[in-house]
Design a protein around this ligand. Structure first.
Ligand code: PNS
Length: 175
């Protein structure tokens, strides 16, 4: 069997339409895509969803795509890719903002394991500007997030911020 497998790593807190777009494009290039939620990447970041919650959301969105496997990993990305027999690591690239960080990642990952190649894809223009961090902020402040995330992620975000929004509304309502 000569299947091409790629790992698509990230924080996915939560999955956005930008991530979804990259996964669908990735599936045009490889036979199997391992979407890997990084446990270490969340350290020091303000995470909203737990690792299993993030995995579940991705799994639900791609429940009809048997070529997508969703999992999590700790430790080094290149080691995880090697364990999974993946020679490719897929990443999405947004205009300018991501470049510096991704450039460093390529350099450092290459030094760690030059057998794994990093491949960058760009989402459709309408999904280019989406960032999980901003989606969370918009959801927290009661803005409309439907264009930015798949429907079940929007539901999960609304649920998560329901209490916060209710308190916010009460605080603004004159007595
Ligand atoms: O979605 P993110 O937060 O931009 O993803 C970053 C991620 C998970 C790809 C990166 O933090 C990572 O690879 N973490 C695993 C640990 C590792 O290998 N670090 C060295 C990277 S050069």
């Amino acid at each position: 069997m000569n299947e091409t497998t790629a790992v698509y790593p990230g924080s996915f807190d939560p999955l956005t339409r930008g991530h979804e777009d990259i996964i669908r494009r990735g599936l045009r290039l490889v036979d199997r895509l391992v979407v890997a939620v990084a446990e270490t990447a969340t350290q020091g970041k303000d995470s909203l969803f737990s690792i299993p919650e993030r995995e579940d959301l991705i799994r639900t969105v791609f429940r009809e795509e048997p070529r997508v496997e969703v999992t999590s990993f700790s430790g080094l990305l290149v080691d995880f890719a090697r364990e999974r027999g993946a020679r490719l690591i897929l990443r999405g690239l947004r205009a300018v903002s991501d470049f510096e960080y991704e450039f460093q990642m390529v350099g450092m990952n290459r030094s760690l394991n030059d057998d794994v190649e990093m491949v960058f894809l760009m989402a459709d223009a309408k999904n280019q500007a989406i960032a999980s961090k901003l989606v969370k902020e918009i959801a927290r402040l009661g803005g409309d997030i439907e264009g930015f995330v798949p429907p079940m992620v929007a539901e999960a975000l609304l649920e998560r911020f329901r209490d916060a929004r209710e308190n916010h509304r009460k605080a603004r309502t004159p007595r």
